[in-house]
Design a protein around this ligand. Structure first.
Ligand code: FAD
Ligand code: NAP
Length: 308
């Protein structure tokens, strides 16, 4: 039986693994379905992680983290977790390949995934002109015009990033004020090749078998605008990945908020003994790498205290 199962290998899961193994726990496995690093790997610019003197990409930031953790004995199993259950005092981690692993403690660090905006053509053209990752797909639109949808930090940062590659960026937002940080808004306004399309939303994306040919926007007065762009990047927020906590009867393993986040106390303890949460999955998460990492450390220290 594992001392600790960590579900998810982003900044929260990796830091939980580092503190747990370095703090003396022997059998610690981090279940991560992809490469460790988490959603920040999709970011083209990180400048607010302490100790970073210059802007780095998310991949550059996360590259050393797995090696650091493995040095102290953390094991990474590349697998998707389907469900976490508790029977008597033992947790059962059920993988999508059917394997079941028992653990004394579990830290859920499954983070969040990009939301779909819901416009016509979004699913049909996803991966063929509709993208949620500028670092991954921006280069396909070198010297071309693109659209970006959203008014948060991600949309604005990625619009600036794309403005370095693309000839023009239309930034579409449904209101006339942004929720992004003031410094990021200032960066956007400095860029001559970012055109704001405010009080507007995307009605439809259209194209052919080769991909997107244009984006139809509609403003709050019903006026339509046809942007002839081959690509649109949507950054309209994230959904928390809480599926692993769903039990056979449809209930959740622990207490959740109305938004599907895990309810925790200041020690990252949930309503279930031995079950912890860390990072973007928990209530009131500031949704920052530094905060997710800190949560992971706090949760791991609690597991160690519980194991003494
Ligand atoms: P995540 O990073 O979401 O990691 C969760 C991991 O769990 C993923 O690797 C996923 O594959 C895995 N997982 C999920 N479900 C399962 C399952 N069932 N089985 C196995 N594995 C699973 N923050 C900053 O501080 N500075 C920034 O500049 C910044 N820029 C950002 C830019 C973008 C484009 C985005 C999207 C976010 C940005 N953030 C930034 C926010 C930051 O990325 C997150 O707050 C942080 O990554 C959260 O870490 P986490 O470990 O909680 O979750
Ligand atoms: P977000 O803050 O939730 O912003 C989502 C944006 O999309 C909002 O402007 C929202 O409009 C818009 N939107 C939502 N649904 C829409 C729809 N269906 N159609 C059109 N527009 C829609 O998401 P985010 O920008 O991804 O940021 C998530 C979290 O990560 C935030 O806490 C953010 O601060 C953090 N983050 C931080 C950094 C950084 O520190 N540098 C970078 C990236 C992200 P409204 O404004 O009208 O609601």
């Amino acid at each position: 039986m594992l001392d600790l199962a960590i579900i998810g290998g982003g900044p929260a899961g990796l830091t939980a693994g580092l503190y747990a193994t370095r703090g003396g726990l022997k059998d610690v496995v981090m279940f991560e379905m992809g490469l460790p690093g988490g959603q920040i790997m999709n970011s083209s610019e990180v400048e607010n992680y302490p100790g970073i003197k210059e802007i780095v990409t998310g991949m550059e930031l996360m590259e050393p983290w797995p090696e650091q953790c493995m040095r102290f004995g953390l094991k990474h199993e590349m697998a998707e977790v389907k469900q976490v259950k508790k029977e008597n005092e033992t947790f059962k981690v059920i993988l999508s390949n059917g394997k079941e692993v028992e653990a004394k403690n579990v830290i859920i660090c499954t983070g969040s995934t990009p939301k779909r905006a819901g416009f016509e053509g979004e699913d049909e053209f996803f991966g063929k002109g509709v993208s949620t990752c500028a670092t991954c797909d921006g280069f396909f639109y070198k010297d071309k015009e693109v659209a970006v949808l959203g008014g948060g930090d991600t949309a604005l940062e990625e619009a600036v990033y794309l403005s370095n590659i693309c000839s023009k960026v239309y930034l579409i937002h449904r209101r006339d004020s942004f929720r992004a940080a003031p410094s990021t808004i200032a960066h956007v306004k400095e860029r001559e090749n970012i055109e704001l399309v405010l009080n507007s939303n995307v009605k439809k994306v259209y194209g052919d078998a080769m991909g997107v040919l244009g984006v139809l926007t509609v403003d709050n007065d019903g006026n339509e605008k046809d942007l002839k762009v081959p690509g649109i990047f949507t950054f309209v927020g994230n959904n928390v990945n809480n599926g692993v906590l769903k039990q056979d009867d449809g209930s959740f393993l622990c207490k959740m908020s109305d938004y599907g986040e895990m309810v925790v106390d200041l020690s990252m303890r949930t309503s279930v003994e031995g079950l912890f949460a860390a990072g973007d999955i928990r209530i009131e998460a500031p949704k920052q790498v530094v905060c997710a990492a800190a949560d992971g450390a706090v949760a791991a220290l609690q597991v160690i205290a519980r194991s003494l």
